[in-house]
Design a binder for this molecule. Structure first.
Ligand code: SF4
Length: 328
């Protein structure tokens, strides 16, 4: 492993300042992704800014909903009574990810920053525009079974691997960050980006900006929810396709819907048109079948992931019916 500097600030402004020193600096939180990338030579930092001693672990009620500190672990979030009661979709999504050991270490901020699991990104002998801009994309003509069916570009067809991100997108979360220029709030839907011409950029953070918390607004989406993750084995595997569904149902009518998919795009894929279609509709299998087809508008597969064109609508249909208490 290459040598690197290691600093451990105790306050957020000091962490933001420490980040700007050196051209290849990384924040270190749980380390469940970064350390793997360092071991494989995918990330070769000059400096690590260990943020584990910053006061960013609180999970607390706010006037508008809930605030989750960026250093709260996945486990702490998933078992917290306020989350389980008010935002059960988030709890379900987190528990579908990784393993208990990893969830005990991984943090909310780190989960947002998690890099893609594209095998060509991890293999430093292969071309990858995300790892080395301009080197090409090994997955485009390679074994692209795990890759995107929405929003890809000819520069990158990778997917965001996080389950937590799917729920946070559906629940309209906001990401709070601090940098040398001050604080700002980023809508969750605008935090991650599509690859376009610059797949090396996963998100819209500016250099040195540190995630401090994630806020979720209070909502009626806490009863009819389901997170369905389809994967090659039943634990410790990334999603081929996942669907996060939260419905607000009154008198058998859908008052509102929140839907997002994972494993299908470079960012968690919010299904706003499907949500608009569902609003005001009765709870029925036929409505859910139509919704699952609307969700697929614009989908495009590659040589080895064509199965996702069928798997994705089936996953949405199953998640909707389970959330609503129907049988598919
Ligand atoms: Fe790299 Fe993206 Fe291509 Fe994978 S899909 S090889 S991450 S450029």
């Amino acid at each position: 492993m290459n040598q690197f500097q290691y600093v451990r600030p105790a306050e957020v402004p000091a962490a933001a300042k420490a980040f700007t020193k050196g051209s290849n600096t990384h924040f270190l939180a749980g380390g469940t992704n970064l350390i793997d990338l360092m071991k494989m030579g995918v990330v070769v930092p000059e400096r690590l800014v260990d943020i584990n001693h910053l006061p960013l672990k609180k999970i607390e009620k706010t006037p508008g909903g809930i605030s989750i500190g960026a250093l709260a672990t996945n486990t702490e979030v998933s078992i917290h009574p306020l989350i389980k009661e008010g935002f059960p979709l988030l709890s379900l999504a987190i528990n579908a990810g990784a393993s208990p050991q990893l969830r005990n270490m991984a943090t909310v901020g780190g989960n947002l920053m998690q890099r893609t699991r594209c095998p060509y990104f991890f293999d430093t002998t292969m071309p990858c525009n995300k790892r080395v801009p301009g080197s090409g994309c090994g997955a485009l003509a390679g074994f692209n079974r795990m890759h995107a069916i929405f929003g890809a570009s000819d520069k990158c067809i990778a997917v965001n691997p996080s389950d937590m991100n799917v729920a946070l997108t559906a629940l309209d979360a906001t990401v709070h960050v601090t940098g040398l220029k001050g604080k700002r709030a980023i809508k969750f839907a605008d935090f991650h980006r599509l690859p376009g011409e610059h797949p090396e950029l996963d998100n819209t953070l500016q250099k040195g900006e540190l995630i401090t918390s994630v806020d979720i607004p209070a909502s009626p989406y806490n009863k009819n929810v389901h997170y369905l993750k389809v994967r090659d084995r039943t634990s410790y595997a990334f999603a081929l396709v996942s669907a996060g569904v939260a419905l607000n149902i009154e008198n058998n009518t859908i008052q509102g819907a929140r839907l997002a998919m994972g494993g299908v795009a470079h960012k968690p894929w919010r299904l706003t048109e499907t949500e608009a279609f569902l609003k005001g509709k009765p709870v029925s299998l036929d409505v859910f079948k139509q919704a699952s087809q609307i969700a697929m508008q614009g989908a495009r597969a590659y040589e080895y992931n064509k199965f996702k064109l069928k798997l994705a609508p089936n996953t949405i249909l199953q998640a909707l019916t389970t959330a609503a208490g129907l049988k598919a």
